[in-house]
Design a binder for this molecule. Structure first.
Ligand SMILES: [Zn+2]
Length: 462
């Protein structure tokens, strides 16, 4: 049926056409259509491959950063082991804070991890983080967060003395958190940004689990988490240095039975908070010139692998994972050695520092866009009490007062990303000449400068 296929393609092209008429800073079409914030664009220019290289080299210099390695005073003084790494990350955040007049509050979430499969004895873990408090009282409770894990391992989890350089896994992700802190701490945002480096990842995500539980127990309004793990752009022949993968869960780990029934009934498998965050990162990548293109992967993580974002997902927070395109497993979780002509080990020589700086730029752009934007609208509903072909959406105004308008976005049920947008003023209700049965809708808040909130998919209201 060649003629039918041709017609389908033409229709698809026509459906995409309205995407060129957008106004929000996060755009669907091409970068030239985007309204980028000049302050954010200027900050991205400050992200430095040299700083990132120096930080990754410093982390590697601690020899091993195994969570089970030494952290006594003598080892810290000698600069070897996980304790020395933790103290250095803390001092680095403190140094950035000094440069911005004390704008960062630097903390360590320290706790004792009880013995487990890969933890022989009770071990002190420390997650190090810096808080750039929001400048607007009504929005400072809203938080966006970037994280990487600073612990490393070699071939044997229990070998805590041989080198475990962890240059890519995950000094690269830790360096992204540090560089975002250095650059973004020079700006002010209405919402709060947290820059985090966790431990205990290699033993079973213990650091991030503890941190996520703390956030949940303390009722943090954590809107978005960006986890960078293995973003070194390993220099193998199959690497694509122009892209970075962004993994996101589909059906939320924290979904209730009621949520699951709705997801199953309405085709909500691809609209978790994490997935909306992944789409937001994708749009941000089109709005700002970061030098790397996010490629969305619609699954929680890679086969047989896990990451710290899943700890946040477990507690109901939106969280995604950034990872290089093509991993070389000879360079992960391996003692440094050469065998049969193959070089093993996660060493500096395989890391592309320029690539890490581009991933850092994409992270910084996403964090800054989110922290500058209004809160997402609350209680977004689609009215379903009558059978009708038009669609009426209602919502409550975005908390914090930053939104000056709202946008309804939509896409075909089979499409990965938002395709269309319609702008509305400062209202809490909109009717569209489109059937809710045929597309997926969401509503987002927008301010005068074009900063967009995360979109919220409506729940049916009878
Ligand atoms: Zn890792």
């Amino acid at each position: 049926m060649p003629s039918f296929r041709k017609l389908s393609i033409t229709l698809a092209a026509l459906m995409l056409a309205p995407a060129l008429m957008l106004e929000c800073s996060a755009q669907f079409a091409d970068a030239k259509q985007g309204v980028s914030d000049p302050k954010i664009a200027a900050a991205l220019q400050q992200v430095s491959a040299q700083h990132i290289q120096a930080n990754i080299e410093k982390l590697v210099s601690f020899g091993t950063r195994s969570t089970l390695s030494a952290q006594d005073d003598a080892s810290i003084a000698a600069g070897r082991g996980v304790g020395a790494a933790r103290e250095w990350i803390k001092s680095e955040f403190e140094r950035y804070s000094k440069d911005c007049g004390g704008c960062l509050e630097v903390k360590v979430d320290s706790f004792s991890q009880e013995p487990a499969d890969r933890v022989t004895k009770a071990t002190v873990l420390g997650n190090v983080y810096a808080v750039l408090k929001g400048s607007d009282a009504a929005n400072a409770k809203r938080i966006v967060l970037v994280t990487g894990h600073y612990d490393s391992r070699n071939s044997d989890n229990f070998n805590v003395t041989d080198d475990a350089p962890g240059a890519n896994d995950d000094a690269s992700g830790t360096a992204v958190s540090l560089e975002c802190a250095r650059v973004l701490s020079k700006l002010k945002f209405p919402a709060t940004i947290i820059f985090l480096a966790v431990a205990g990842e290699e033993q079973g995500l213990y650091g991030s689990q503890h941190f996520a539980k703390m956030a949940k127990e303390q009722n943090w309004k954590l809107e978005a988490v960006l986890n960078n793990d293995i973003v070194g752009g390993d220099k193998n022949s199959e690497q694509d240095h122009a892209v970075v993968r962004v993994f996101s869960e589909g059906v939320p780990a924290a979904a209730t039975d009621q949520d699951l029934r709705r997801i199953r009934g309405l085709g909500g498998e691809s609209d978790s908070g994490s997935r909306e965050l992944a789409r937001y990162v994708s749009e941000t990548g089109r709005t700002y010139d970061t030098g790397v293109k996010p490629v969305l992967v619609f699954r929680l993580d890679r086969y047989l692998r896990g990451g710290d974002h899943s700890s946040l997902n477990q507690q109901g927070f939106a969280a995604v994972r950034f990872t290089e395109w093509r991993e070389d497993f000879h360079h992960q979780h391996q003692n440094v050695r050469t065998e049969g002509g193959v070089e093993y080990g996660d060493t500096l020589k395989f890391v592309d520092f320029d690539y890490v700086s581009r991933v850092a730029r994409l992270n910084a752009a996403s964090l800054a866009s989110l922290a500058a934007a209004p809160a997402p609208p609350a209680n977004v509903h689609v009215l379903t009490k009558d059978l009708e072909n038009d669609t009426t959406l209602t919502w409550e105004t975005s908390a914090g007062g930053l939104a000056t308008g709202y946008e309804v976005v939509w896409r075909a049920t089979t499409s990965p990303e938002w395709e269309h947008v319609q702008k509305f003023g400062n209202v809490t209700r909109a009717t569209l000449k489109l059937s809710k049965d045929n597309v997926i809708f969401a509503v987002r808040g927008v301010d005068d400068a074009g900063h967009c909130s995360l979109p919220v998919v409506p729940v049916p209201e009878r």
